[in-house]
Design a protein around this ligand. Structure first.
Ligand SMILES: Nc1ncnc2c1ncn2[C@@H]1O[C@H](COP(=O)(O)OP(=O)(O)OP(=O)(O)O)[C@@H](O)[C@H]1O
Length: 908
């Protein structure tokens, strides 16, 4: 077994005893747990009394009493909820401590000093050191004080609990013995001790301190895995505890290889921060995970730590309000059948997944500029391919002309004719002449005529002419002038949708200028009045608003993405930024969206939408009152009590706050190595004023350009000071599996140290070759492998049969889960291979395996996984490091296995 530098050491052997001592110790802990539950019950009664009392106060009826009642009900409700929670192991730890140096106690009743008093340890006559235990603390998920305020349980996040995690035999501080208590509900099942001062003869209440068990960490690591992650609160290791309790200020960066507990630590840190400063962090912590699968796997951890609903755990594809990527684990898109080409439509399994070449384009920081240009360019909408008659009473797309009412002070005439955004050189826009003004030149007179919106799913085409008859004169803004106005309005970097008022003003300026009306007034005040009336008349015409809607449409991010599916237009926007091939791939992939922008999104599309959201800006909207459908029916407001209304209002406020939240107090990024530059920009927008915890492993990155991503990461994190930590111990993989994975690490990132595995199972990985008879395998091939020679032209059927056999074998060997990891392109196939084997086995694409773990894994064709993308070797490293107990590697033809079945990539 590999040595490890974690804190749990082999306890002092002489202190061990048989089952008699164990049973006695369990009994003692049971008595303590009974006391804790008795106290909890008292607290529950207290809370219930409070609620009851508060309800009575409500009957008094004064507003002050009602508000007080609300506050009490709220507080008592929260309290009751927490106390009633079913904890699997409410109490899980205990430390026995020497007397503290200064003998002072903190608010929780525990001694505050970390170091022992000078006279805490005596030397007996023979020179053997001995000591009396001065303090015993029990550690649990919540703090519980006795009626006399002495601590029955210390919250695991309290400073007094830190020595439970931090003490090592090298620096034990005051801790003599650390005990992990295994309990379920109200029953203590077992205890596991570590002795941190084995040289000491310690006594508690006059009897020698016994030591029981083989160490809690190993017991925790050996447990079968389910489809959800467990908390590690009972066995957090010292180097992990340093991260969890790191001060929240600035940026905490954590690196560590597979299985070093990065995800676990990040989640425990969220719980710790809430404990430390609930006011600051409540509801304001965002945890970003790469996939919905990882979200589902981890989302039970915080509730198990007593923190429910305070922390938002979101997959990268779900960060934009109202949008969700139809990728793995996310909602399925309606399947259209895969066409096998990069960036093609939806895959056969209804999932939207961008091929690496497309993902690389969409994730690149270069997209920032392309999107900015696209958002401006998409204001112009080309006409449909076959133009109809234009001008006069008809638009060129054939939509009927609309006649509107004339204004009061001035009658105006508009004509709007659609035209392509990019007219062929030399084309002169033709328009029918407008009817002559219907009134004498003494006053402004005209009739109104404007083409209506419509024409194709993409909305109206861009009008290329605006004609107004005002003050008896025809005023016209032609295509060139309109374009000039648009360019002027677009100057600067303000969000496009917010520039509409500016564009409107520039249009009016131009019309006013052309009308020559300004010159008629020598008195500036009269001129200003006339101008105001002119503006009001024009802008009160619905036709003018229609023109504006068509000429400066309010753009949605999806509409802009859809516009980018036009390769020609995209080519213009991406000039000198993307290569023609990239333009082709990108446009092709965006064809998944219809002309109106509707359609399934990939996880990378979501980051593009978020960027567009900020480039476009949301126009201010009049607030709409929320109407209860019942009110609409009855016309009556439902009768509610003051408190009901208050709590309803509170719930609604909370919901609105949650929905609108884009800025968090703390952002935790898991698997940070995988964020593309565009995703960093998206996440960065959610933590502009936040402190950060960023955990990741560069060796597991599936992004092909780490330098570009690092730049975007720096930008998102800003110049806040950073505190760096490295985790070095692999708690997931046994040494036998870690050793094999290290070979791929050496290829993927030469010189990168692999984390040290903390345990060994004695079971070496199995190597199996598809297309060879299963029964012929010879145990004990290279490195203990099992192999049976080269493949005999293994096809997909052979591969499938072989994988199924391996999965069945592993299901019989382990109690928990089995993960079968294949190249992304084989996901649907792999699911079919495993059909009928039950819920313990899962098929995963290599990118989906990120962050997950299984009792056993089957890694299918390392060569296929490695060849799938430029980051393929790192992706393979991820696949090989998912197992907690057993690993089988199945090779196909491409893997070039040797006679022992070991594929080329995994040989020395
Ligand atoms: N101190 C600990 N006590 C018990 N189990 C632990 C401890 N630390 C980590 N583990 C376990 O090790 C496994 C790996 O942890 P985790 O998934 O957090 O690692 P990771 O560094 O995020 O891995 P990866 O980079 O591969 O995603 C989990 O099963 C976790 O519960």
């Amino acid at each position: 077994m590999a040595a490890h530098n974690a804190t749990h050491t082999a306890p002092a052997v002489e202190a061990r005893d048989g089952d008699g001592i164990r049973d006695r110790e369990i009994r003692m802990e049971q008595e303590h747990l009974d006391r804790v539950y008795q106290r909890l019950e008292e607290k529950i009664h207290e809370a219930e009394f409070l609620m009851d009392d508060a309800a009575k106060r409500g009957q008094v009826g004064t507003p002050g009493a009602l508000a007080e009642r609300d506050a009490q009900v709220f507080r008592a409700g929260v309290h009751l909820n927490r106390l009633n929670s079913e904890f699997e192991d409410f109490l899980f730890g205990r430390i026995d401590l020497l007397l503290g140096k200064d003998g002072e106690r903190g608010p929780d009743g525990a001694y505050t000093s970390v170091e022992p008093a000078d006279d805490a340890v005596r030397s007996d006559e023979g020179g053997a050191p001995s000591a009396e235990i001065a303090e015993t603390l029990h550690i649990g998920r919540l703090g519980v004080l006795d009626a006399d305020y002495s601590p029955l349980v210390i919250d695991w996040r309290a400073p007094a609990a830190a020595p439970f995690y931090r003490s090592t035999p090298v620096a034990p501080g005051r801790v003599v013995r650390r005990r992990v208590i295994r309990s379920k509900g109200r029953r203590v099942l077992g205890v596991e001790d570590d002795l941190l001062r084995p040289e000491l003869t310690a006594t508690l209440d006059g009897t020698t301190l016994p030591v029981v068990g083989d160490g809690a960490l190993m017991a925790a690591l050996g447990r079968a895995r389910s489809h959800t992650m467990r908390d590690i609160v009972a066995s957090i290791q010292a180097e992990q505890d340093m991260v969890i309790r790191a001060p929240a200020a600035s940026v905490t960066e954590v690196e560590g290889g597979p299985g070093t507990g990065k995800t676990a630590v990040a989640l425990h840190r969220a719980a710790y921060l809430l404990y430390q400063d609930r006011r600051r962090y409540a509801g304001g912590i965002l945890v970003v995970s790469p996939t919905p699968l990882l979200v589902a796997y981890t989302e039970g951890v915080l509730p198990s730590l007593g923190e429910e609903g305070q922390v938002a755990i979101r997959a990268l594809g779900s960060l934009v309000e109202g949008e969700e990527a139809a990728d793995w684990g996310g909602p399925k898109a309606p399947a259209e059948g895969a066409d096998g080409e990069p960036g093609g439509p939806v895959g056969g399994d209804g999932r939207v997944y961008d091929e690496p070449a497309v993902a690389r384009i969409k994730g690149s920081a270069r997209m920032t500029k392309v999107l900015r240009r696209a958002a401006r360019g998409a204001l112009e909408r080309p006409a449909p391919a076959a133009p109809g008659r234009r001008g006069g009473a008809r638009r060129r797309d054939g939509a009927p002309q609309v006649r509107g009412a004339a204004g009061d002070a001035a009658q105006l005439s508009f004509e709007v004719a659609g035209a392509p955004a990019d007219p062929a050189p030399g084309r002169t826009p033709a328009a029918e002449p407008l009817p002559a003004p219907g009134r004498p030149a003494a006053g402004p007179a005209a009739e109104t005529a404007v083409s209506g919106p419509g024409g194709g799913g993409a909305g109206p085409v861009t009008p290329d002419r605006l004609r107004v008859v005002a003050f008896g004169r025809r005023v016209e803004l032609d295509e060139q002038e309109l374009r000039r106005i648009r360019q002027t309005a677009l100057g600067g970097t303000a969000p496009v949708n917010l520039l509409r008022p500016r564009a409107r003003r520039l249009l009016l300026d131009a019309l006013w200028g052309r009308s020559g009306a300004g010159q008629r007034y020598t008195d500036p005040e009269l001129a200003a009045e006339a101008r105001q009336a002119f503006d009001e008349d024009i802008t009160s015409e619905p036709e003018f608003l229609e023109f504006l809607d068509a000429w400066w449409p309010e753009l949605t991010p999806r509409a802009v993405l859809a516009a980018m599916a036009d390769e020609k237009r995209l080519g213009r926007w991406a000039r000198r930024i993307l290569t023609p091939r990239e333009v082709r791939l990108l446009a092709r992939s965006l064809k998944r969206l219809g002309p109106d922008g509707r359609g399934p999104l990939s996880v990378h599309d979501v980051a593009l939408l978020d960027e567009l959201n900020s480039v476009l800006g949301a126009p201010a909207r009049p607030r709409r009152r929320e109407v209860d459908p019942l009110d609409q029916l009855t016309g009556l407001e439902e009768l509610t009590t003051y408190a009901d209304r208050m709590s309803g209002g509170r719930a609604r406020d909370e919901r609105l706050r949650e929905e609108a939240r884009t800025d968090y107090a703390h952002v935790i990024v898991d698997e940070a190595q995988d964020l593309t530059p565009m995703q960093w920009r998206m996440v960065g927008r959610r933590g502009r004023h936040a402190t950060w915890t960023v955990v990741g492993d560069p060796a597991q990155s599936s992004w092909s350009d780490p330098d570009e991503a690092a730049e975007a990461r720096d930008e998102a994190l800003g110049n806040r000071p950073r505190r760096r930590f490295t985790l070095t111990v692999n708690y997931r993989n046994p040494a036998e599996i870690a050793e094999l994975a290290a070979k791929v690490l050496a290829l993927a990132m030469p010189g990168m140290p692999a984390p040290e595995a903390v345990r060994s199972t004695g079971v070496v990985p199995r190597f199996v070759v598809a297309g060879t008879p299963d029964g012929d395998r010879v145990p004990g091939g290279g490195r203990g492998a099992v192999g049976n020679g080269a493949p005999d032209g293994a096809g997909a059927a052979d591969l499938g049969a072989c994988v199924r056999r391996e999965a069945s074998r592993l299901l019989a060997e382990v109690d928990g889960t089995v993960g079968v990891v294949v190249a992304m392109g084989r996901r649907a196939e792999a699911r079919a291979w495993l059909a009928g084997l039950g819920g313990r086995v899962v098929a995963l694409g290599s990118l989906e395996a990120k962050g997950l773990e299984y009792d056993a894994t089957v890694v299918v064709s390392p060569a296929e996984i490695a060849d799938e993308s430029p980051a393929g070797l790192r992706v393979l490293y991820v696949a090989l490091t998912r197992a907690t107990q057993r690993l089988s590697v199945v090779s196909g033809e491409r893997d070039m296995p040797d006679e022992a079945g070991v594929p080329d990539l995994l040989r020395d």
